[in-house]
Design a protein around this ligand. Structure first.
Ligand SMILES: N[C@@H](CCC(=O)N[C@@H](CS)C(=O)NCC(=O)O)C(=O)O
Length: 204
């Protein structure tokens, strides 16, 4: 299987970590793909109409996006029912945790795009503040209400661990651990899992 993407993207890394957690990580070949918000990547656009990374091309030639679909596919093809429970309240609790992780990723990636790719004269501070507020509020909720779910390895805790590493990588000065000891302890434990170490972000 080929996964088009860049490991720094939290969405791409979530898929790769899921691959390693399910034991099929070595079957996922990362095809380096660069994306910019204001320039179409033509080869990627030929694969997917949305033209965002990640895009997975299965061994049968099927094209899947976005990351949540790919994560679901990886669990399916590896016959793993532990990372994503198949039914009941447990399934929806895990999916909601995953959605919090992905929601933080959406806000953090938007923030990064605004400051790193948008011309400085066009930066919109009120929007940046709103994104930061969303991230802080979600991190507080994780600290307050999700300790038990974060104790299990699921597609939810994978999404949260990966996005916390992304915050460290792109926004190290934000000090998200302050006032959030439970979340900090979760990340410290999760970050040394082989799935995270095999997908380590490049040194800066
Ligand atoms: N909802 C998508 C989001 C993917 C996404 O935003 N990817 C970013 C990179 S981190 C991207 O491709 N950006 C380029 C663009 O939006 O044109 C997913 O979960 O896969």
């Amino acid at each position: 299987m080929k996964i088009h993407g860049d490991i720094v993207s939290p969405y791409v890394r979530i898929c790769l970590v899921t691959g390693h957690e399910t034991g099929i990580g070595d079957r996922l070949e990362l095809v380096a793909t660069d994306v910019r918000i204001a320039t179409a990547n033509e080869p990627l656009a030929r694969l997917s109409p949305i033209a965002q990374i990640p895009v997975l091309v299965t061994d049968d030639g099927h094209v899947l996006h976005d990351s949540r679909v790919i994560v679901d596919y990886i669990c399916h093809v590896s016959d793993n029912r532990a990372l994503l429970p198949t039914e009941g309240p447990a399934r929806f609790r895990v999916l909601t945790l995953q959605a919090i992780g992905q929601g933080i990723a959406d806000a953090a990636v938007s923030y990064r795009n605004e400051i790193a790719q948008r011309p400085q004269a066009l930066h919109w501070q009120a929007w940046l503040d709103r994104l930061q507020l969303r991230i802080d509020t979600a991190l507080d909720a994780l600290e307050r209400s999700w300790a038990s779910e974060l104790g299990e390895t699921t597609v939810g805790s994978i999404a949260v661990a990966v996005v916390l590493s992304y915050l460290d990588y792109r926004f190290g000065h934000w000090a998200w651990r302050d006032q959030r000891p439970g979340l900090a302890a979760f990340h410290e434990r999760f970050a040394i899992r082989p799935s995270m170490e095999k997908t380590a972000l490049p040194k800066r």
